[in-house]
Design a protein around this ligand. Structure first.
Ligand code: PBG
Length: 322
């Protein structure tokens, strides 16, 4: 075996998997104001960006040859219904228009995160309803609002909409609304299998979206369940998803592999905030080699079967690959 490992050119010739900048999607957290670049404590190198700063970030992302941007929003105000998510003048909608108008995003796929948790005062991904024994995140009333959010983002310039809420039937509801509202060409990237994960912790600081009571285990998946993840994928594809996103990535590489073997649709994987933060913490301590561990973490996700990766390392990795 060692004959083919002798030189870098031999190793390059027989390399089975690659990561290129175009495979990487860079998440941005848009916030109100101007000239704002607010660091996220638990995610070194990640910021809340006002729209003007996001435009500059997009220019750099395009220069580096990244595949696209995934847009999250921190609204000025939150309410019970998450109005900011489907406001045509909401933070993501304004960001999308600015990115399109500036031309900054010309070669980038702009993906809108469709969820209510950043916009609701309670921090849940759907509507809260009272029940006999307390409260629940109500599925069907949430669908309408998610569909409105997707349409509003598509009209503002999203190339792709990506529902991350995990309500049942939302892909069908979003597809129907997009088709009725003259957005037939907008594809849906559904977070088909999204597990209730401790690794989202730092994101909730970045997006200010931590649930104010309870947790997300009644709508996100139980981490133990691989067969159920396959059912989620089948359902989303039947409802009209064009691509699927798997999340988190590193603790669930087997789920990505199983998805790859099950379907021919494009598969993305989300290397989530906690995966990024734990590597950053180890880099800061000098315990891991920053450059090599960054690329190895992405290569593993590609090898598991993901076509593209949403990652906070997108810019760093593109520079290394450059
Ligand atoms: C919103 C959403 C979350 C993430 C992406 N979209 C948080 C959550 O479900 O609590 C997590 C991303 C990350 O951790 O980087 N529904």
């Amino acid at each position: 075996m060692r004959r083919l490992r002798r030189t870098e050119s031999l190793r390059a010739l027989v390399r089975e998997t690659s990561v290129t900048p175009g495979d990487l999607i860079y998440p941005l957290f848009l916030c109100p104001g101007e000239g704002v670049r607010r660091p996220i404590g638990s995610m070194p190198g990640v910021f809340n960006l006002s729209i003007d700063e996001a435009v500059r970030e997009a220019e750099e992302a395009a220069r580096l040859g990244l595949g696209g941007l995934l847009l999250f929003g921190l609204p000025e105000t939150k309410d019970e219904q998450g109005t900011g998510a489907y406001d045509d003048n909401g933070i993501v909608q304004r960001g999308l228009r600015a990115l399109k108008v500036s031309g900054a995003a010309k070669n980038l796929v702009l993906i809108g995160d469709v969820c209510l948790c950043e916009y609701t005062s309670h921090g849940h991904c759907g509507m809260i309803a009272e029940t006999r024994d307390g409260w629940t995140v109500d599925n069907d009333s949430s669908l309408k609002l998610l569909a409105r959010t997707a349409v509003s983002q598509a009209k503002a310039g999203a190339d792709v909409v990506a529902p991350s809420d995990m309500m049942d039937g939302r892909v069908a509801a979003i597809r129907k609304a997009l088709d009725e509202e003259d957005c037939k060409d907008t594809p849906i990237l559904s977070y088909a299998s999204k597990f209730a994960s401790a690794f989202y912790g730092p994101f909730r600081e970045a997006a200010d979206s931590a649930p104010q009571f309870g947790d997300r285990r009644s709508y996100q998946m139980d981490g133990a369940n691989l067969r159920e993840a396959m059912r989620e994928i089948d359902l989303d594809l039947n409802e009209g998803a064009d691509m699927i996103l798997m999340k988190p990535a590193m603790p669930y590489l087997d789920v990505i592999r199983a998805a790859r073997e099950r379907t021919g649709v494009p598969i993305g994987a989300y290397q989530v905030s906690g995966e990024y933060s734990m590597l950053q913490a180890a880099f800061e301590k000098g315990w891991l080699d920053r450059d090599r561990a960054t690329l190895e973490s992405l290569l593993g996700i590609r090898r598991a079967g993901a076509d593209f990766i949403v990652t906070y390392f997108a810019k760093d990795a593109a520079k290394l690959l450059g």
